[in-house]
Ligand binder design. Sequence first.
Ligand SMILES: Cc1ncc(COP(=O)(O)O)c(C=O)c1O
Length: 305
Amino acid sequence: MWAFLSGNQVDIKDAKVSIMTHALHYGTATFEGIRGNWNENTNSMYIFRMKEHYERLLRGCKILRIKLPYTVDDLCEITIDLIKKNNLKEDVYIRPLAYKGAEMVANLKLHEVSDDFALVTLPFGSYIDNSNSIRCQTSSWRRPMDSSMPTGVKLTGLYTTNILAKTEAVSAGFDEAILLNQDGTVSEGSGENLFMIQNDKLITPAETDNALLGITRDSVIELVTKEIGLEVQQRRIHRSELYLSDEIFLTGTAAHVTSVGELDNREIGTGEIGIITKQIQDLYFSVVVGENSKYLDWCTQISMD
Ligand SMILES: Cc1ncc(COP(=O)(O)O)c(C=O)c1O
């Protein structure tokens, strides 16, 4: 297996950093999670909305004052080359990481600290089983406010909170955690955005609710509006509204579109995958494997020999 590190493709066994690396000590890195979806029928990989992921990575770089010698197009090309090199003919997870690579452990600054970029592409099946509804728990951990930690980009340091929340939920026998904001309104899952459905209307927390503005979330909003013809509202959601909603689902690169059948030991709707959630899942899955010609421009097709 090959990785990309400091400008070169290298054997993943040799893709190493020093114990002195700034990002390892302070969480001064930004990452993306991108999916390549394998389609057996066309013998091709379809990378979903790669450009948008790299645009978000570069927004994270701007906040952390990381200067990469690459444009979005360069990063897409580096990714395609690595996938071809690894010759993976299955679903893959693409993980770029831009980080403060300097060996400076006692330096609490972003400037005067050099940067680096790494990329790995790994076989990746389902993160959460989407064929059934999952059981969620409202986390005792709160989503940080953007005024404490930028929440609109994927900064590695921010994920300590998400990992505490996911660990707490799974240790208590649930599948996923839902994080509230500091004021008790709903933010998102530990690695997913949240939608609830009430009277055929989709409602999802807004940007100001400290949720990451997910690329899957954006795709679902467009698909639901244009293809299913339902209204989507972006607004604050109270915790108790979730208990009383007809359907809830989570969206994310790793989790795709996942139905929530139970929250805090209360059944959501019938507890099974809801009718609208199922419709969205079917549409989304056809799009991400390049089988919906209308949305092919969201996919970068790599044909494998
Ligand atoms: C905290 C968090 N929220 C939401 C998402 C969903 O974002 P996307 O759909 O861009 O993967 C992710 C995954 O990247 C995430 O880590």
